[in-house]
Design a protein around this ligand. Structure first.
Ligand SMILES: *Cc1c(COP(=O)(O)O)cnc(C)c1O
Length: 361
């Protein structure tokens, strides 16, 4: 099917320059939004239609809209960067398009042609190109998402979907170098079970994980670590970031993609960059007991989490029940910092891009 062209609806009253400048001077993650959004409709009868770049505004939903009842919803998250030469760039947008459709298949939703997804993301960035925060590490965070828009209470995959892209200017996640975070191991709640939706980027996974994150915060930690649902033994990931473990022989371990872990694009990039640097990366199960034993013996020297929003986040301390253990010296380690710098260098156009990850707009 031919992708529909985007209609462009002019904004009746765009944000005034000085208001925008104040909003993007030091934005809190996910709180500031631009003037426009992209909207595309799907129905079984008409296919993809009504592609628009339009003023951002509220959605009017019938109370019987399927997503409000059965949570048929998926999303993506990626960043656009303003490079030193003034051009704009997207990082691995093709991978986001492919993962969006993998999520759509798992949630029995309509798949969107990849070129339409990529076209929508580019149109969103171009419409709001004057919203890049003028700060080091500033970017436009892009949130493509799709929900079941059919008005029907029957329990079945919807026959109508609404796809949108909204844009949020974000600053550097960490103001002065990444601090090490403190993690809480959830021993009661699990995020995903075999055969479930753990590998799909769906809102429902987050809904199920919030209570564990709330528990972590209440206990004085930054983030929750989830273990596997079957044995409560194998480390899976954080609420929204994948995990890596660095050993004193220079090797790295990350949990394998068995269907319960979200296949992070940052995770994939880190694996590739580590192998490029001559490190051995093993995708294999790693248990919570082993993590503690290796941290205590010194065999494990670093641990970090990674994802689009915060890029690479070192882990300083881990708590399970009454016991805690420290990772390395409790701060950012050398391998973590090196891999992060390599990744950020490519994303920002400061280093060569041997894998073709950057799309210039
Ligand atoms: C999005 C997400 C990640 C990270 O994926 P990236 O593509 O690296 O941003 C990790 N875990 C979960 C649960 C996620 O939703």
């Amino acid at each position: 099917m031919l992708a529909p062209a985007f209609a462009r609806l002019p904004h009746p009253n765009p944000t005034a320059d000085e208001v925008r400048a104040a909003a993007i001077a030091d934005p809190v993650f996910g709180r500031v939004f631009t003037d426009h959004m992209v909207s595309i409709r799907y129905s079984d009868a008409k296919g993809w239609h009504d592609a628009q770049v339009m003023p951002r505004g509220p959605l009017l939903l019938d109370p019987a809209t399927a997503v409000l009842h059965y949570a048929q919803e998926i999303f993506e998250g990626l960043k656009a960067y303003r490079l030193d030469d003034g051009s704009m760039a997207l990082f691995r947008v093709e991978a986001n398009a492919a993962r969006f459709n993998a999520s759509a298949r798992r949630m029995a939703m309509a798949e969107i042609p990849e070129e339409l997804f990529i076209g929508a993301v580019k149109a969103a960035v171009e419409a709001d190109a004057d919203w890049f925060p003028p700060v080091a590490g500033g970017a436009l965070y892009l949130r493509p998402f799709m929900y079941a828009s059919e008005v029907f209470l029957g329990v079945k995959p919807a026959s109508e979907y609404h796809f949108l892209v909204i844009v949020s200017p974000v600053g550097n996640y960490f103001k002065s170098g990444a601090p090490a975070v403190s993690l809480w191991v959830s021993e009661h709640y699990t995020r995903a079970a075999p055969g479930g939706t753990g590998a799909a980027k769906c809102g429902g996974n987050y809904a199920a994980s919030l209570i564990a994150q709330q528990e972590a915060i209440a206990k004085g930690h930054d983030q929750v670590v989830f273990l596997d649902a079957a044995e409560h033994r194998w480390i899976e990931e954080l609420g929204g970031m994948n995990m890596f473990f660095v050993f004193d022989d220079g090797s790295i371990v990350t949990p394998p993609l068995t269907g319960t872990i979200l296949p992070g694009i940052t995770r994939d990039a880190i694996i590739t960059l580590a192998r490029d640097a001559g490190l051995t990366v093993r995708e294999e199960p790693y248990s919570i007991d082993q993590w503690q034993a290796d941290a205590e013996s010194g065999r494990l020297t670093e641990s970090f989490a990674c994802g689009t929003a915060a890029v690479v986040t070192p882990v300083g301390k881990v708590t399970r029940g009454q016991t805690s253990f420290t990772i390395g010296a409790g701060g950012p380690g050398q391998v973590t910092t090196t891999l992060k710098d390599k990744l950020v260098g490519i994303q920002r156009g400061l280093a060569p891009d041997p894998h073709g990850w950057v799309t210039r707009l």
